[in-house]
Write a protein that binds this ligand. Structure first.
Ligand code: HEM
Length: 129
């Protein structure tokens, strides 16, 4: 999953329309401002858009967030205070790694298919009885 299920501030600017302050909305604690749950990365290469509000349309734009676009302040997670100084090569390597988190047996498991597309778990109903 590559998440610790914690909430963290990754230096995302607030969306002025959505005004989603993240975890702070639940706890009313200003230190939780703009903290969002660290998401699972399973099947991440197939699960765009990204971020709590879907603001990133590609993994590449998430990488650009960490490398360049994030706006660190005193509430930003200490791991990201200096952004992530990733080279293009490292971004390529990370992207290749993220591809390894694609779980095709999970994706093809009929138990998780859209309603009507998987295997029925209820016995057929005999309408003539
Ligand atoms: C090289 C390192 C990292 C990579 C490749 C990476 C990758 C990603 C990706 C692809 C997403 C979007 C997932 C989705 O929306 O489904 C994401 C979101 C997120 N990551 Fe990272 N991440 C890295 C480092 C970190 C670090 C160091 C932290 C925390 C200190 C962190 C915390 C988060 C959080 C909280 C989100 C969710 C943001 C939101 O919902 O708006 N990540 N990350």
């Amino acid at each position: 999953m590559f998440t610790d299920y914690s909430y963290r501030n990754i230096g995302m600017p607030i969306d002025p329309f959505l005004k989603d302050w993240g975890r702070m909305k639940i706890t009313n604690d200003p230190t939780d401002s703009l903290k969002f749950k660290v998401p699972s990365l399973r099947n991440v290469m197939l699960s765009f858009p990204y971020g709590h509000d879907g603001r990133f349309f590609s993994v590449m734009s998430v990488m650009e967030h960490y490398r360049k676009n994030m706006v660190p302040d005193s509430r930003t997670d200490s791991l990201l205070r200096n952004r992530l100084p990733l080279s293009n090569f490292e971004i390529g390597q990370l992207t290749a790694f993220l591809h390894t988190l694609t779980d095709s047996s999970f994706l093809k498991n009929p138990n998780f298919a859209a309603p009507g597309k998987g295997i029925s778990t209820t016995a057929p109903v005999d309408i003539h009885n």
